[in-house]
Design a protein around this ligand. Sequence first.
Ligand SMILES: Nc1ncnc2c1ncn2[C@@H]1O[C@H](COP(=O)(O)OP(=O)(O)OP(=O)(O)O)[C@@H](O)[C@H]1O
Ligand SMILES: [Mg+2]
Length: 215
Amino acid sequence: MKLRVEDLGKHYGESVVFAHVSLVVEPGEFVAIVGESGVGKSTLLNCMAGLDRWDSGRVLHGELDIGELDAEKRALWRRKQVGFVFQAFHVLPHLDVAQNVGLPLMLLGQQDDARVAGMLAAVGLEGLGGRLPEQLSGGQLQRVAIARALVHRPALLLADEPTGNLDPSTAARVMDVLLAQTREHGASLVLVTHSDAAAARADRVLHLNASGIRE
Ligand SMILES: Nc1ncnc2c1ncn2[C@@H]1O[C@H](COP(=O)(O)OP(=O)(O)OP(=O)(O)O)[C@@H](O)[C@H]1O
Ligand SMILES: [Mg+2]
């Protein structure tokens, strides 16, 4: 399904975060968003996921107008259609690695241990399913967050600096896993990144600044 952001604007009081942001992401397409720190990349991604409110414009996923959905419908849409990798992981500390990764499937009533094990292997965490998050390194935690975002094969994958804590070769491997979701399952991937290597693999690179977004 196509993701369309139309003339989106967001401010906190008098302070404008961004304005007039329009973009389209086709199914199977990988779009990278770059820009200076504080320019609103995470905020924009959160708006696309319906996690944050905006002040003007629209976000559409297929025919669905995300801003028109009530909180419950928006949560259901997100649960089914969206995979989100947070800049700060948001791994649940009391669940082990496999439970964290399997959470989206559990919420959909589609528990599948083999799928979870497959995802863990895909991000290089085989054998670590029984560990608690506190027993992992930063880069391993980041890969737990990525496996969790992919496990339910979402149509829309939104990732905020997903390779920020990884060495170049692990980062490249994680990018392969994210891209497989778009190339093999036709998901749309929007990736916020400061990494030139990650942006270089995108179909398009969009630069965000205070006045809008440009290719
Ligand atoms: N709750 C808030 N109230 C006021 N301003 C906020 C709030 N949350 C974020 N901001 C501001 O909005 C702007 C955009 O923040 P955002 O986190 O989206 O930036 P970013 O581009 O993701 O930066 P980085 O590259 O450092 O992650 C920042 O200037 C930030 O200070
Ligand atoms: Mg950010």
